[in-house]
Design a protein around this ligand. Structure first.
Ligand code: NAD
Length: 497
């Protein structure tokens, strides 16, 4: 049988001789999986095995879904004010433990500690937003739609929802998902990335400390098999996915075919158009920060710059600025960018040796100039610290380059011209547009609105769309009359005349 640790025991610590196994969370208990198969979680700066993630068995997965299904009965009827208060406490606890969370992220994912704090903070903002769920989840009411008859709609939770996460934001992306889902009254099964599951476990611990009842949030681990089980399970009503297009389109097709709602945020190739009138210093800083921050492993990282006019003066400044960046372990205070997640990425791009971390997956900031649209490096998402530079003769040509790209996550323009900015805003086919802003990720009162190949589904993550995704509408028509109206039976379609 599974070895049960007490429900209050923390996720694994590192003071054991062999790497600790990451537990599942089922019905409020952290349980070691029975599975003999595990995947190593590797510190990308050192290759140290931090922990081992089990390939959760099908029986354990079913137990997690069943715990979520049972918990839904009472959680959906728990007053929304109580559900909000759990979030209010959770945001306080995340603030309390932000350093621990950030260190875990840097250890498992590699990003710098400062950037890891950003990962936590951008997720925390979604928790804060969920504290106002009663207002966000409000229905509508029309009085007297016919004599003595009122109609109103309410937004009800769906039941058990599931989330499947990528490696690049180990805290923010789980926090895009479960806080909104559970505050709407759903229960949840979370499948963290097998590359860095630690932050999800820590957040689940905090959610339980904040008062989330047993079974409302469950965690299972694994890769394709567990994901397919999520897509097929008839007790799961909705699936939130963030990750690559290969996985995302597979999950979208399979879970939709099983009748589920799916929101699937996928890959990107985010462009910036730089006009000749753009502020030089501010633009160079923005391009370098957005291109190489988090070692280029953000879905909203800038991967392509299209300079309108001659790019040479811009390129020399860009190279100068990129050369000044420090590549180091994310735990080192001077690090600007840490390692990339895996050695496989290194096969595609250039390795850099860092003293003291000779085994790390380091890639220096890389600028590829003179790139054409038919080149492989342009067509595919690289997801590393690589900035592709192109030229266009006019704003029209630059916009048409961006619009021909299959992805539509983010796009920015740098200019001093309001007319150019307005043309860009109107004609660009990206869901998230920046005007002199390099990474235009909306805060949680808006939604994350990638489009084209960067998104499948119709209801985006967080904001109003996120609440709509995790709720379904029920519309009630009521009639209360003191006395029967004595008009007899009519079989005609009721109308309000
Ligand atoms: P990934 O697709 O490899 O993994 C994401 C999740 O899907 C993991 O939990 C993994 O176990 C699972 N998975 C992977 N392949 C699968 C398959 N064939 N079948 C079923 N499940 C599978 O993505 P990643 O490498 O962890 O993350 C990087 C990708 O995520 C990039 O493409 C990036 O652009 C994208 N991303 C997008 C957004 C966004 O909001 N648009 C945000 C972050 C990351």
């Amino acid at each position: 049988t599974a070895t049960e640790s007490s429900s209050s025991s923390p996720p694994p610590s590192s003071d054991q001789t062999s790497p600790p196994r990451v537990p599942n969370l089922i019905g409020g208990s952290f349980l070691d999986s029975k599975s003999p198969s595990t995947i190593d979680v590797i510190n990308p700066a050192t290759q140290e095995v931090v922990s081992q993630v089990p390939l959760t068995t099908l029986d354990e997965f079913k137990a997690a879904v069943s715990a979520a299904k049972n918990a839904f009965r009472s959680w959906r009827n728990t007053p929304i004010t109580t559900r909000q208060r759990v979030m209010l406490k959770l945001q306080e606890l995340i603030r309390r433990d932000k350093d621990k969370l950030a260190l875990n992220i840097t250890t498992e994912q590699g990003k710098t500690l400062k950037d890891a704090h950003g990962d936590v903070f951008r997720g925390l903002e979604v928790v804060e937003h969920a504290c106002g769920m009663a207002t966000l989840q409000m229905g509508e009411y029309v009085s007297n739609v016919a004599h003595g008859i009122d109609t109103y709609s309410i937004r009800e939770p769906l039941g058990v929802c599931a989330g499947i996460c990528p490696f690049n934001f180990p805290a923010m992306i789980p926090l895009w998902m479960f806080p909104v889902a559970v505050t709407c009254g759903n229960t949840f099964v979370l499948k963290p990335s097998e590359k860095d599951p630690g932050a999800s476990l820590m957040l689940a611990e905090l959610a339980m400390e904040a008062g989330l009842p047993d079974g409302v949030l469950n965690i299972v681990h694994g890769t394709n098999d567990i994901v397919n089980a999520i897509c097929d399970d008839e007790d799961i009503k909705a699936v939130s996915f963030v990750g690559s297009n290969t996985a995302g389109m597979h999950i979208y097709a399979r879970a939709s075919a099983a009748g589920k709602r799916v929101q699937s945020n996928m890959g990107a190739k985010n462009h910036a158009i730089v006009m000749p009138d753009a502020n030089i210093d501010a633009t160079i800083n923005a391009l370098v920060a957005a291109g190489f921050g988090a070692a280029g492993q953000r879905c909203m990282a800038l991967s392509t710059v299209v300079f309108v006019g001659d790019s040479k003066p811009w390129l020399s400044r860009l190279v100068q600025s990129a050369k000044a960046l420090k590549v180091n372990s994310g735990t080192e205070p001077d690090a600007d960018l840490g390692p990339v997640i895996s050695k496989q990425v290194l096969l595609l791009i250039f390795f850099k040796s860092v003293p003291g971390y000779e085994n790390g997956n380091f890639v220096g900031p890389t600028i590829l100039a003179g790139v054409r649209q038919d080149m492989e490096c342009y067509k595919e998402e690289i997801f590393g610290p690589v900035l592709i530079c192109m030229e266009a003769d006019s704003l029209e040509e630059a916009i048409s380059i961006v619009n021909r790209n299959k992805y539509g996550n983010g796009g920015s323009i740098f200019t001093a011209s309001g007319a150019a900015a307005r043309k860009f805003q109107t004609e660009i086919e990206c869901g998230q547009v920046g005007i002199n802003v390099p990474i235009p990720v909306p805060l949680p009162f808006f939604s994350f609105t990638g489009n084209k190949a960067s998104f499948a589904g119709d209801l985006n993550f967080y904001g109003k769309a996120g609440v709509n995704f995790y709720t379904q509408i029920k519309t009630i028509t009521q009639q209360w009359k003191d006395l029967p109206d004595g008009s007899g039976v009519s079989l005609a379609m009721p109308t309000s005349q």
